[in-house]
Design a protein around this ligand. Structure first.
Ligand code: PRP
Length: 189
């Protein structure tokens, strides 16, 4: 692992501290409301698990899995649903939980998809956002960290399905992935 990792970008304790502060804000904002957390598999597993446990309001949890169409390394913005919600979100307060907003194309599609189901409210919590990689402007109410446009792994984020289990966010050594900056392409179909 050591040789593949370039550096630790966000240590585990900083991730947990940020999640605690996001959770405090979300708990206040949704006090007295019945909140549904929607996690986007697979990357959001870690942030969903830790965020949910840090909230002091009752919540329900559901999951979606999506995949970008198209080959190559760039997000196409054309998304297909691999796993849909079991919950009917009509008139529900929904908080979409993402590990990372990179180009923003996946999130834009998800928001449009979920909005069409007429939730009472829909907001987004993303642990990481790469402002320099944005290809579409998407409003994210709860952002953990804005990060540089580097290939990041750990805490849910993978390279070729590996490294998701790291407790911190790190950058991958360029020799492992060939040096491009694009985050995706190895696990998209
Ligand atoms: C990641 C991440 C977001 C999306 C962001 O998922 O979890 O859903 O990419 O990229 P974008 O802003 O450029 O659209 P990925 O497709 O890598 O799947 P995974 O969560 O299963 O790793």
């Amino acid at each position: 692992m050591g040789a593949d990792l370039e550096k630790v970008l966000i240590p585990a304790d900083e991730l947990q501290a940020k999640i605690a502060s996001l959770a405090a804000q979300i708990s206040t904002d949704y006090s007295g409301r019945n909140l549904l957390l929607v996690g986007v598999l697979k990357g959001a597993v870690m942030v969903m698990a830790d965020l949910a446990r840090a909230l002091d309001i009752p919540v329900e949890m559901d999951w979606m899995a999506v995949s970008s169409y198209g080959s190559g390394t760039k997000s196409s913005g054309v998304v297909r649903t691999i796993l849909d919600l079991k919950t009917d979100i009509t008139d529900r307060h929904v908080l979409l939980v993402e590990d990372i907003v990179d180009s923003g194309l996946t999130l834009a599609w998800l928001i449009s998809n979920l909005r069409s189901r007429n939730p009472a409210s829909l907001e987004v919590c993303a642990l990481l956002r790469k402002p320099e990689a944005a290809r579409i402007d998407v409003y994210v109410k709860y952002v953990g960290f804005n990060i540089p446009n580097e290939f990041v792994i750990g805490y849910g984020l993978d390279y070729a399905e590996k490294y998701r289990n790291l407790p911190f966010v790190g950058t991958l050594a360029p020799h492992v992935y060939g040096g491009g900056r694009e985050q995706h392409g190895n696990n998209r179909d």
